[in-house]
Ligand binder design. Structure first.
Ligand SMILES: [Cu+2]
Length: 753
């Protein structure tokens, strides 16, 4: 809000200038590929070099996706706290702001539960009415070995019950010793981030013979509140100044984290071409502030047990897995918001199993068939507060009681290499999703809750959704320098438990149901139907033959979504009529099926500029993404759509040194969702500087993020709600955006053995 208009337009013209420059330098001269994609989009072979431990033969990697491997992650993962941030370099992927380790990924404008998120092969669901315990927070960035993103067209074997794509984050595969030998490995690392005085450490140790491999890892982190570059708030804006004096004008209240611990133990057995792996993991967080939500996480414990088998037989490959996830989650009003308590608890369990078989048919076809089972149970309840019967006493408020969401999926997919230069991938899939929820009650049987609860309890709530998905993709590689790809897909997603069953129209209760950080209250809708998306995607890639000097890639897409779950203003129950047409306040909304259209493009390019003994290798990279999202039922814009943005970097590799200067440019967000009173944000430019030194025994990272200390507001940052009484629509001033982090100097040191 304090960024001047002038600055914004200056950045935009700079952005346009650099955009044109990039097109010129890259499109005419050249192209290799961002090295991550370079490896995956091989020229003559279509096999992906990066293979998950449990995937003897991975699906063809569509051009529009991306694979990031361990060595490419290294530069960032030691100094970021949040695994979701590692995705930001992939064209078309951005992240929603949330707590310190809980950002939510977005692919092509579709986020959160519209994506299929897997950690070590496990499909997990957030168990919180604010999605605080995001799936990617369950793996510490330092443990991440491979990230695979399917963005444009997701093969049916990797998709299902999701619209936007699939993100698979996995630890590095366990290593085995050669026959008769043994291996020991270990690492110890630590980081410091000056903004918020964040610190953390991580350690891992492993032992392996030729048949057995074990790996243990543990990480800890904490941070105080972070600071924006400059003053971004004015205490006089709050209706009540209580509790506000504790924070400075540039301090983002309720953004601290403490007591965050991730532990994992993996044991794998290998016999000939069979691999069996058992993984145990636990994450606990003592406190995590959410400056764009009305609550803070006050306790979270997530435990998983993950058993995987992968085997290769004469006739093909088999992968099987079973897992269990259990989450105990607590949230409350943190000390920096208000001197009040409102404990909210949830408990969820997910059981999953899958079987995937792939077998070659004749020489040119590869058939993949599989089944997946997923059973999710959720209870979300809020203990009573105080002694006077009323809005928060004296019963337990049941937000979701005995929630169930079970899924059975079947798919078949055929990958065919018709000629050396021509490949097709065709698949169909069905997901049957059953959901239900039990009877509920409010804090009391007073007028605040009585009618809503009675009406909810009187209705039948069991729902069965039958989803059909299909994918058709063709890839043509006329020369060793060119690849063209065209894909079509139908993808479906059944509504989540919160979208269907959050029932209270009482504003205090509705305000606690919010996944998007906009400060509004959300009410479920029993009538919701599954979303169905049809997508067309076209991509091409050009590069030099050895893929070393240059590459360029363009991906464009169009998606039409029937029954897109958007929101409408609430005009029934306890919703106040005064909020129905307000344009300058937080409001109450109900989920509703409408239709939507998204289109956009991603462009990425790489060019080696200099390669000599004296200066090493100097290269430049660019990633530019654009997406536009419209609600075609109402003519409104979709919420949380990233405006035109780009990352441009210069990189120098010399000996063990890798140094990067990165310019991030984001244009103004002018297309905002009116129904949600989404706020606009100005354009900005950020400069990040990083350097690292690696040898066999150690790695040192130094970084200066937001080096010019610019005050900025990320278009996906949401509303600033970190201070003030969160219980009503009018006690926190509307219209303050959550600022991004001011300058921060980061250091990380890791020792290997
Ligand atoms: Cu929560």
């Amino acid at each position: 809000m304090m960024d001047s208009k002038q600055n914004a337009s200056k950045y935009i013209s700079a952005a346009k200038g650099i955009f044109l420059l990039t097109i010129l330098t890259h499109a005419f001269a050249s192209a290799e590929e961002l090295s991550d994609e370079a490896q995956s989009s091989a020229n003559t072979t279509i096999e992906v070099p990066v293979v998950e431990l449990t995937a003897p033969k991975a699906s063809v990697n569509p051009l529009s996706g991306g694979v990031i491997e361990a060595h490419e992650l290294a530069e960032k993962k030691t100094t970021v706290m949040d695994t979701a941030r590692l995705l930001e370099d992939i064209p078309g992927v951005s992240t929603y702001g949330a707590g310190a380790i809980s950002a939510l990924p977005v692919i092509h404008g579709l986020a959160d539960e519209r994506l299929r998120l897997q950690v070590d092969g496990m499909d997990m669901t957030a168990a919180c009415p604010n999605h605080m315990n995001s799936v990617l927070s369950y793996i510490n960035p330092t443990r991440v070995g491979v990230i695979k993103v399917f963005s444009g067209i997701t093969p049916v074997s990797e998709g299902g019950d999701s619209l936007g794509g699939t993100i698979q984050v996995s630890a590095a595969p366990l290593a085995f010793a050669s026959e008769g030998d043994w291996l020991v490995n270990g690492s110890l690392g630590s980081f410091y981030r000056s903004n918020g005085y964040a610190t953390g450490w991580n350690a891992s140790a492993g032992f392996a013979t030729d048949h057995v491999s074990m790996q243990y890892s543990e990480s800890h982190l904490k941070s105080a509140n972070y600071r924006a570059a400059k003053r971004f708030k004015d205490v006089s804006q709050w209706p009540s100044q209580d509790w506000l004096e504790n924070t400075d004008d540039d301090e983002v209240a309720s953004s601290a984290i403490s007591g965050s611990v991730n532990q994992s133990l993996d044991v794998a057995f290998k016999h000939e071409s069979h691999l069996l792996q058992l993984g145990l993991s636990q994450q606990s967080v003592g406190f995590e502030g959410f400056p764009n939500q009305r609550m803070d996480m006050t306790d979270n414990k997530n435990t998983t047990v993950n058993l995987r088998y992968a085997g290769q037989f004469d006739w093909g490959d088999v992968q099987a897995k079973m897992f269990r996830q259990h989450v105990k989650h607590a949230m409350d009003i943190g000390a920096q918001r208000a001197d009040q308590a409102m404990p909210m608890l949830s408990d969820a369990e997910t059981l999953g199993a899958s079987l995937k078989v792939s077998a070659p048919i004749m020489s040119e076809h590869l058939l993949r068939v599989g089944t997946e089972l997923l059973s999710y149970r959720l209870d979300d309840w809020w203990p009573p507060v105080g002694t006077a019967v009323g809005s928060m006493c004296c019963n337990e408020f049941q937000n979701i009681r005995n929630g169930q969401r079970d899924k059975v999926a079947l798919f078949a997919e055929m990958e065919s290499s018709w000629r050396q230069d021509w490949l097709t991938l065709i698949g169909v899939r069905t997901d049957i999703v059953n959901s239900n929820a039990g009877d509920v009650q409010g804090y009391s049987n007073t007028a605040s809750y009585r009618a809503d609860a009675a009406s909810f309890n009187a209705q039948s709530r069991g729902r069965r959704d039958l989803n059909w998905d299909w994918t058709a993709l063709t890839r043509y590689m006329p020369t060793l320098q060119q690849t063209y790809e065209l894909g079509f897909a139908r993808k479906s997603r059944a509504p989540s438990l919160y979208e269907r069953y959050a029932w209270s129209t009482f504003s205090m209760a509705a305000l606690m149901n919010n996944f998007v950080g906009d400060g509004n209250g959300y009410i479920g809708n029993l009538e919701l139907e599954p979303e169905v998306a049809h997508t067309a995607n076209i991509a091409f890639e050009w590069h030099d033959e050895p893929q070393a000097i240059w590459s360029t890639k363009l991906n464009a897409y169009y998606t039409y979504i029937n029954d897109y779950i958007d929101a409408k203003r609430c005009n029934f129950g306890r919703c106040p009529a005064s909020l129905l047409n307000r344009q300058d306040s937080f409001v109450l909304l109900q989920y509703v099926n409408q239709s939507a259209r998204l289109h956009g493009f991603d462009f990425s390019a790489y060019r080696q500029l200099i390669s000599s003994d004296a200066v090493g290798v100097i290269s430049s990279r660019a990633v530019i993404s654009y997406v536009r999202g419209e609600n075609t039922t109402t003519g409104d814009n979709l919420y949380h759509i990233m405006p035109l943005n780009g990352r441009f970097s210069l990189e120098n590799k010399l000996g063990g040194w890798l140094s990067t200067a990165e310019l991030q440019l984001v244009s103004d967000k002018r297309h905002v969702s009116q129904v949600r009173n989404e706020t606009r944000t100005d354009g900005y430019g950020l400069l990040n500087l990083r350097t690292s030194y690696t040898n066999k025994f150690m790695r040192v990272d130094l970084g200066l993020e937001n080096a010019l200390n610019k005050l900025y507001f990320s278009p996906l940052g949401g509303a600033y709600l970190g201070q003030g009484d969160p219980m009503s629509t009018s006690t926190i001033p509307w219209g303050i955006n959550l600022p991004g982090m001011g300058r921060s100097a980061n250091v990380a040191v890791t020792f290997f053995y």
